[in-house]
Design a protein around this ligand. Structure first.
Ligand code: UDP
Ligand code: MG
Length: 309
């Protein structure tokens, strides 16, 4: 793409009609004040409310606003992939549409990116989400930091900035289940993490159900390492050894104490435990196979219905 501009801001939006007016105003105010050239790319991820109409309105007011409309919902990360493929900025900023990430933080991110960092990650100061979101996310951050090899406090915060080179690398990846912060880190040389504010979601509801969050975390785990499947393998060996030891123990008891029937229920307990582990192991293998299947079919990752670029 020729005629590069300074900043591309990418906003995935799924049914965000209540937040968009304020978001667009605040984004434009903040970006105007930077004095740099910019574009704001909204990706409408299959909204069924007035989102598309509103976005086209913003576009009519200001041609620096671009709109990509999906034919249905493909998820926040696919929306960002579509945006990355079409964005012209030297620095790319991603931000949620629900105003949980204050747009006023963007200049600080851009400044860091212009200092030469490939990824400007952020962690949320006083994260305004329930403990049921914060606590699992703490564990996920620890594990992901190990898997990806880049220690970050908050892999989940999507207010981030990326250099052109990282986005060019990401654009070469055509994977259909991915997690952008982790993917970006695998291509980044210099990563920095800064603190940003975080607001409660005031309008609309979270688009992530428990099930969708779980799916996303499986994408993250399986997409960036074989560790889960290796852990299962090791667990299998350990359990088999424990089972063997238990059998020897029972045999010795039998020889010393003679036949006893009370052991029956212990055996059940042990059996159920083994069964649980086996089913879990199959599940993990299934997660990998399912994703392999998705990738080998090579279906388009998303269908763009309309583009205003
Ligand atoms: N989003 C999206 N597609 C989805 C789910 C979410 O484009 O399938 C957008 C959503 O509109 C918002 C951002 O991704 O701009 C983050 O979603 P949300 O605020 O619901 O997530 P949470 O803050 O609860 O983690
Ligand atoms: Mg949110």
């Amino acid at each position: 793409m020729e005629n590069r501009i300074d900043i591309s801001v990418l906003v995935p939006a799924l049914n965000e009609e209540e937040s968009l007016d304020e978001l667009n105003e605040r984004l434009r105010t903040v970006l105007d004040a930077t004095g740099e050239t910019y574009e704001i790319i909204y990706i409408n991820d299959g909204s069924t409310d007035r989102t598309q109409m509103m976005l086209e309105g913003f576009r009519a007011d200001d041609p620096r606003v671009k709109v990509i409309e999906f034919n249905r919902n493909y998820g926040q990360h696919m929306a960002l992939f579509a945006g990355f493929e079409r964005a012209a900025g030297r620095v790319m900023v991603t931000i949620d549409a629900d105003l949980q990430n204050p747009p006023e933080e963007i200049p600080r991110l851009i400044k860091k990116a212009e200092e030469g960092y490939d990824v400007v990650a952020t962690y949320r100061r006083g994260r305004q989400d329930s403990v049921f979101r914060r606590w699992p996310s703490w564990i996920v951050n620890k594990i992901t930091s190990r898997l990806v090899g880049a220690k970050l406090r908050d892999y989940g915060c999507m207010l981030r900035a990326y250099s052109r080179s990282v986005i060019d690398s990401i654009n070469l990846c055509q994977e259909s289940s991915s997690f952008i912060p982790a993917l970006a880190n695998t291509y980044a040389k210099r990563i920095v993490e800064i603190e940003v504010g975080h607001e409660e979601r005031k309008k609309g509801v979270s688009k992530y159900s428990l099930f969708r969050l779980l799916r996303l975390n499986f994408d993250l785990m399986t997409g960036f390492s074989l560790l889960p499947i290796q852990v299962i393998g090791i667990l299998g060996v350990v359990i088999a050894l424990l089972g063997l030891a238990f059998a020897v123990f029972l045999l010795v008891r039998r020889l010393i104490l003679g036949p006893e029937s009370e052991g029956l229920f212990t055996l059940f307990a042990v059996l159920f435990f083994f069964m649980g582990v086996q089913i879990f192991a199959l599940g993990i293998i299934g997660e990998y196979i399912g994703r392999i299947f998705q990738e080998v079919r090579r279906r388009p990752r998303f269908i763009v219905k309309k583009e205003l670029l």
